[in-house]
Design a protein around this ligand. Structure first.
Ligand code: ATP
Ligand code: MG
Length: 330
């Protein structure tokens, strides 16, 4: 059977790139009846320095927005990564079959390592932990963006080495790529870059927590180009096409339909249409998250319930692998 596993880091307020590129895709997978495990990747977030109270708050808020977006605990397994120690434990076993050469050549590692004088080992192990996150549940499919494909290839390679050494039969996880461009929502200030939590300009992204008027303002200020009419042409008109894409994702229509709706409008007028579609889609989610955060006990209970289910599944994999590795308790 297919098992879909994915994680989101609690490194700050979710933006609509995270939402359409990750969260909403997961909701779609649930609608298709997939078995989905979603974790809040707090262990991953420790690769950069975190303030403990900020990390706890971010974890709570992320849980609220995941649930409010439709990843309800009754439909999928939602929990905090650190609540299931088997992730870190399998990471160790995988690290023992991974090679330094392979890990240190991954482009994302090389890019991030440049920022340090003394590189933390966690940065190197990051994709090994990612592999463990999936394999510990026997995950077969991972919804990813194109930029994560190298990490999935690494996971497949670790699976081969691990299975070869221990005679295990872990499945190599397959990528699930979207066909609607939702894995590449662009910055509203610079449409040559992805929208990102770490961008220093807050106007570059719409947050799920933004009030209606802030959403409208940020879309109104979005950088486009000097052609007045609206077309969908991601290569030559990335700014306008990004707005068309957001319109499509929010209103659940195709680019042709969006462009038709924009007929006779200039880009300034079209921005109001896009903002309205986003507001209509996001306002109910923001309201549900607000209500959840007003009494976090429901969130705590959901995470505990999720963690218990995740632990049970992870234990099953662990026991099988421990026998093969010779680390089963005597
Ligand atoms: P950071 O800038 O810290 O890397 P981020 O905004 O890229 O933050 P991540 O925590 O790295 O967010 O990613 C969370 C999820 O959101 C991942 O599944 C990632 O593929 C997806 N995602 C991130 N940015 C975008 C984007 N611009 N468009 C579509 N999906 C995105
Ligand atoms: Mg990122």
């Amino acid at each position: 059977p297919r098992r879909v596993v994915t994680g989101v880091q609690p490194t700050g307020a979710l933006h609509i790139g995270n939402y359409f590129g990750a969260v909403r895709r997961c909701v779609r997978l649930l609608d298709q009846g997939e078995d989905l495990t979603v974790f809040i990747a707090d262990l991953h977030s420790l690769t950069v320095r975190q303030d403990a109270s900020v990390l706890q708050r971010n974890t709570l808020e992320l849980a609220a927005y995941l649930i409010a977006s439709g990843l309800e605990p009754a439909r999928c397994v939602v929990f905090q990564q650190s609540a299931v120690p088997r992730h870190a434990e399998l990471c160790w076993a995988l690290a023992c079959v991974a090679t330094l050469a392979r890990l240190s050549h991954l482009p994302q590692y090389k890019e991030k390592a440049k920022l340090y004088k003394e590189v933390p080992v966690g940065l190197l192990l990051y994709p090994v932990l990612q592999a463990a996150d999936v394999l510990v549940y026997g995950g077969t499919h991972v919804p990813v963006g194109r930029d994560q494909l190298q990490h999935l290839q690494l996971a497949a390679q670790l699976v081969r080495s691990f299975n070869h050494r221990y005679g295990a039969a872990l499945p190599a996880p397959q990528p699930l790529l979207p066909d609607d461009g939702s894995d590449r929502i662009l910055s509203l200030r610079d449409p040559t870059k992805k929208m990102s939590k770490s961008d220093t300009d807050p106007k570059s992204r719409v947050l799920l927590s933004d009030p209606d008027d802030v959403i409208e303002l940020k879309i109104r200020k979005a950088v486009t180009d000097f052609t007045p009419h609206v077309t969908y042409d991601p290569e030559s008109r990335p700014g306008v096409s990004n707005l068309v894409r957001l319109h499509c994702l929010a209103a659940d229509i195709l680019p042709e339909e969006a462009v038709e709706e924009a007929d006779g409008l200039n880009t300034a007028q079209y921005k109001a249409v896009v903002a309205r579609a986003l507001v209509r889609h996001l306002a109910p989610i923001r309201e549900r998250a607000r209500r959840l955060l007003a009494d976090p006990r429901v969130i705590h209970a959901a995470l505990q319930h999720g963690a218990a289910r995740a632990r049970a599944r992870a234990d099953t994999t662990h026991e099988r692998l421990a026998r093969l590795m010779g680390t089963a308790p005597l």
